[in-house]
Design a protein around this ligand. Structure first.
Ligand code: FE2
Length: 441
């Protein structure tokens, strides 16, 4: 991979924490937008990244950014580092009072608890003002760690999750009931560790994507901070585990790399439909040069899986390069129609938002100017929404000229139009990973 300047532009971290209530807004913020957009991402405690590789960016300290809306107003922006043991050691606080984890990837709300999520480590509960509350008391089982991409079933209220590990057992499957109690906690048989970042659910199955990327501890000796790489001889597979637990059915697929799932659902004949952002490969390491090759960009693919026959069929739904796909999460695990995602015109840009209509087979685009970059789009349903795309799409847009960020609110029914409202922050929200709309805070 080409060296990346992690300390300039949208990737550059911020060096302080702030709260701002006097926010400038263009347009009209919808009256029914009551809640908080929370974003999460790596931001070194020193305020400056070391190194020049995406793998130097990924593991840095978790910083949250929150923009709170209510009564047709943007009420407050604030940013805080998550209070982990590393944060305490850096800040002169009592380290033993803080958990050793780094929840820098995602944010969810389940069973009354909002949590910052780590890549396999322990999630930490947070409150409305981004105070860190510690291991979620509602979800004691999460002290074992969890993926940053669990799924909440909107029908059953369950939190469905996994934990992958570099040491055996390489994969653990977990289900938490609507109160947060862990009701499934089983090992899934795997012969070697997998770089498994996301999962899907249907009403019948939990779906695991075991791609051809595994662990190579020799990479530590060469100075890399995350020891993952592509293996040509490691098959890619999709695993189906019954939602309530049980043995996995593994179905081999053409080798590929999948970081993020879009959604999945069951058809009446038992077919499992799985939509993902798929690359032909990822994290391929050139042993001779001791360097990673540039990753190819992802596009939207659909798998149709026959669990009984052990068969699968894959089709690219659109050739546009996209990542960070999101949906109306009231349809997680069910038939759905609309996908929202970030466009990637080049491998150095996340610029533009797409909306796929999978039924009408058409695409809408919200264009972002060259020099600017945007976060993943987060869908927020309108109050009393009836149709799937009846709501808003929120995203953070970094403005290259001013080195500041705006948060835009798009009408999800026509994202190509100008935003209905834009909140102009006087500073930037760095690129980060994922965000969530939290109604409750
Ligand atoms: Fe992710």
């Amino acid at each position: 991979m080409a060296p990346v300047d992690l300390n300039s532009g949208v990737l550059a971290p911020v060096s302080d924490e702030t709260s701002i209530t006097n926010l400038t807004v263009s347009g009209h913020i919808p009256d029914d937008l009551n809640g908080t957009l929370v974003r999460n991402g790596p931001n070194p405690l020193s305020g400056r990244f070391e190194g020049s590789d995406v793998l130097d960016w990924w593991p840095e300290a978790a910083m949250l950014h929150a923009l709170r809306f209510g009564d047709g107003k943007a009420l407050e922006y604030r940013n805080r580092w998550v209070r982990t043991r590393a944060w305490a050691e850096n800040s002169g606080e009592h380290a033993q009072n803080h958990i050793e984890t780094n929840p820098n990837v995602n944010v969810i709300h389940h069973s009354g608890t909002t949590m910052a999520l780590a890549e396999g480590g322990v999630p930490l509960a947070i409150d409305a003002r981004l105070h860190t509350l510690g291991v979620p008391v509602t979800h004691a089982g999460l002290a074992d760690g969890m993926t940053a991409h669990p799924k909440i079933d909107p029908v059953t209220g369950e939190l469905v999750a996994f934990r992958q590990d570099w040491a055996p057992p390489f994969l653990r499957y977990m289900v938490f009931d609507p109160s947060g109690q862990r009701v499934v906690n089983q090992e899934v048989d795997m012969a070697s560790p997998s770089m498994m970042h996301d999962m899907a659910i249907t009403q019948r199955w939990s779906v695991f994507i075991d791609v051809s990327v595994s662990i190579d501890f020799a990479l530590f000796e060469q100075g890399f901070r995350i020891p993952i790489r592509w293996y040509d001889d490691r098959p890619s597979r999709i695993g189906l585990v019954p939602r309530a637990g049980g043995a996995a059915t593994w179905i081999e697929i053409e080798p590929c790399f999948v970081l993020h799932v879009v959604n999945a659902y069951d058809e009446d004949d038992g077919t499992v439909v799985l939509d993902v952002a798929r690359c032909p490969w990822g994290f391929r390491f050139d042993v001779g040069n001791a360097q990673f090759e540039s990753n190819p960009l992802a596009s939207l693919w659909r798998y149709r899986i026959g669990p009984a026959a052990g068969s699968s069929y894959a089709k690219q739904l659109d050739p546009s390069h996209i990542e960070l796909p999101r949906i109306n999460e009231s349809l997680t695990g069910q038939p759905y129609r609309f996908v929202y995602a970030v466009e990637q015109p080049t491998d150095e840009e996340m610029r533009g938002i797409v909306k796929y209509d999978l039924k009408a087979r058409c695409i809408e685009r919200y264009e972002v100017a060259p020099g600017d970059q945007n976060s993943e789009p987060v869908f927020v349903p309108r109050r009393d929404a009836v149709e799937e795309d009846d709501g808003w799409v929120l995203a953070s847009v970094y403005r290259g000229d001013s080195n500041t960020s705006d948060v835009i609110i798009l009408d999800a029914k026509d994202i190509s139009k100008n935003p209905v409202a834009t909140v102009h922050l006087p500073r930037r929200i760095p690129a980060g990973f994922h965000g969530a709309w939290i109604h409750a805070i």
